[in-house]
Design a protein around this ligand. Sequence first.
Ligand SMILES: [Zn+2]
Length: 169
Amino acid sequence: MASQIQANAQKKNAEYASNFKEGHLALPPAKKYAVVTCMDARIDPAAAYGINLGDAHVIRNAGGNARDALRSLVISEQLLGTNEILLIKHTGCGMLTFKNEDAHSVVAKNLGAAGQQELSGLDFQPFPDLDKAVEDDVKYLKASKAIPDSITVSGWVYDVETGKLKLLV
Ligand SMILES: [Zn+2]
């Protein structure tokens, strides 16, 4: 039997599909840009950042992390024609709340030796300073040989309490 979450997805999708009229959209993003942002449940990228269906790639991960997103960004740019990146982190991010050693000790406690082994040496990439983390990720992307100089990169902070988006760098 489907879980409540699964049942909800089925029910809501049936409603969505019954009114769906966007099947004609092309694969490459119409506005040729990619957004990297956090997986945080309080962020609605389409609404908060003004992204219409078919406009842009939205790459989400813990922290809106540029290194994590690199594989997708290269595919976005080299195979699907995007030429601009918006890197958007946010206030109150979970990545501000722990250090690598904290994450590794939770892993050891909850997942046991095998889990610990599999994740040993993993950098969870938490950050203590939000603005600096945005600046560092923008620097990383601009310095990366995988991201050509022709790609425009900007760094932003989204405030989960006010809904406001601020261009930082
Ligand atoms: Zn976050």
